[in-house]
Structure formats: C-alpha cells, structure tokens
Design a binder for this molecule. Sequence first.
Ligand SMILES: [Zn+2]
Length: 428
Amino acid sequence: MKKVYRNVNILDGTEDMKLQEGMKVTVEDGKILSICKDDGSTEGEDLGGRYMIPGLINLHVHLPGNGFPKKKQSDSRKLAGLIMSNALLREVGKKICSGSLKTQLLSGTTTIRTVGGLGHMDSDLRDQIKAGKTIGPRVISSDQAVTVPGGHMEGSVAYGAKDDQDFVRFIKENVDYGTDWIKIMITGGVLDAKVKGEPGEMRMSEQQVKLCCDTAHQLGKKVCAHVESPKGIETALKCGVDTIEHGAAMDDRLLKMFKDSGSVLVCTLSPAVPLAKFDPSVTGGNEIQRYNSEVLLEGIVEATGKCLKEGIKVGLGTDTVCPFITHYDMWRELEYVHYLCNIDRGTCLYLATLNNAGIIGLDGVTGSIEEGKAAEFVITEKNPLEGFDTIREPYMVVFGDKEYRKPKVKKSPVAEEYLDGYLNTLKA
Ligand SMILES: [Zn+2]
C-alpha cells in the first residue's frame, strides 16, 4: 500500500537537522520510500504546511499504571502482589499495561524501552503489538527488574534476588523468555529514601552489579541500571552497565571514568520535577522526598549538561507512572532539557529520536525521517522547534501502515494544570 504526504515541513531527527520546507514523503508498506521537494502534483494528502517529526522514543517507561496524581502515594508492592496473585487479576494488570501502550503511541511516541514491569507482561505485549493484536509502539522490553531484598521497587517492578545463584537464575530466565534488556536497581530512589541528603543510597554491592552485568553480557543482553547517586554511578561504570538511568552530580574524575567507559546516561528530568517543585501535599509525599528530589533534579541537570559537553551519549526518558508522569507527556521531557539544561530544541529533538534509537540499536530502522526507514512520524500543527507543546495534540501519528488522526487520550486535568504551571515559570 502506498501513501503520499505532501506540502509538509520536515525536521528529520538527525543531528544536524535543518527545517526542510515544502516536502513530499511517499510511504510504501510501512516504510519511507522517498522524500523529495513537493512538485505541486495533486496526488496524496495535502498536509497544509504542517510539520513532520520522527516518532519520539522514550527510553524509560514503566507500564503498570497511568501516573495520574493521587491524594496518597500508593503502595506499589502491595498492588503488584495483588495483581500477580491470580490469573484473573493478571489479566486486569495486562489491560492496564496495554492501555499505557496505546496512550504512548497516540501521543506520538512510536518506540519505548520498558525498564521494570510485572512478570513478563512487557514482552508479551511487545509480541502482541508485533502480531497486530493490540495497539502500541515498538517495545524493547526489560520485564521485571532485579535487585536485592529491600532494594528499589523490590516486590513490585523488581525482584529481590536472595543470593548470587538467584541473580543468575533470574537473568537467565528472563533471557530465555525473550526479554530484550536486563534492568537492575543499584541504588535506592527518592520515593524510598528515609533521610535527607543522598537520594540514592547503595543497595546492591559492586560484586552483585558485576555478576548481573557479566551474566547478561554473556547471554548477549545489555544492562540498564537505576542509579541516583555518585557512588552508584561509579559502581555502575566499573561493572560495565550499558545505560545509567537518572544519574547524579559528577565531579571531573567520575566524568572521565564515564567517558572512558562508553556507557550512556539516560536523563529523566520529568519524575524529579513534581516531587521537587510541588508542595508535598500535592504529590502525596513528604519533606524528605521533596528535598531529595531537589538534590536529584539538580544532579541530573548538571550531569546531563556535562555529559553532552564531553561527548558522552545522553538518552531521554520520562519514568512514567511516577507521580504526575503519564504516558502522554514525552514532549515535556524535551522542554525540560531545553530550559533546565539550556540545550537548543533541535538537539533535544535529535536526542529523543535518532540518538535514542541508536542507544537501543535501532538507528538503522527508526528514529529519523529518511528513505528506507520505518514510517514512524508525528504531524504537528506548529514548528516543534518553537515549542514542543505542539506535540501534545498531534494532527496525526503514523506508525507503519497505520494512521491515527487527531488522536485523543485520557488526560489528568490536575497533572496538566500543575505541570503547565511549572513550565510557565521556566518560560518566564
Ligand atoms: Zn524508573
């Protein structure tokens, strides 16, 4: 099947992208067949001078939940335990995750990497999307993460391994099942910190991190790690972690170590913003959380800026399901990087598209609007380089041979109000 889109302005997602005005894009069988100047012929669809960008790629997604604000933060351990307790409730859990995936795609995110879920639901849904049985983006799965008892998210989206053998067994089982990446939780997080100061207290030992990395690498899989402190970054780098999620402030020594390692920082500003900037009564948290989130936010901002300056690869993700972090707001992460890290919007768009694709080994397939690539793009009303908020109401999302016109998703008015309020303070 052939589709022609004409009279469209393209931002192609490559590093040195320039706005290509008045273009014509021909898609055949879900792939971009050709891109050329619009010759004025009347074939296909006139996009009226709208803008075309590659579908966004979100490298840090949890599927179980919608991230809508709640009065009180829920007990994820108890909830996960309940969902996984019998087949009927597991189906309910899967429905929730499936809804999250649909929202991601309809909001212009065409590829996601999951980084901690329930059992093997992420991989199961990945396969169902591939088979055309359900709607969603391309999924790179991590399924349930692994940590130690008492580790970050243990008992919900992470499994607490009892000893070395248990770590190896768990990782092997995931790989055998078809899980794409192995996620480990090295440090604690802001949601489970008990004292003011360091949000990412060490939970896994260096030896355990090394064991996980070696086991995964021997099986041909990459490792992503939850890390929220300098000590955690150092441990991750020493042991060969492939992508360090979140991050923390780094001194010159750590920065050099990072550069030499070839590892990647996956920046997630989104989850720290509400916890750091909104009153705890709004996020359902407490003052310790708020204080630590402020430390974390400053740390990630600093680390992202330094890494980009040093030529260390930086990916972007949103950490969905954290309070206020929904499945439709990837555009906000780009806007945060632009304002908080002082990075131009062209670079932000590149980071979230072709750059992110490269981090998960898909830059030959997706991430840019180039001939031969998968037809995965978003049509926006305005130029995204003048404000990514034009992505929040896409004119169209194209995913292979499927087109979603003016897609609507269920949003949280409370989250919108608070997050827009914060964004306005950045713009001011
Ligand atoms: Zn996370």
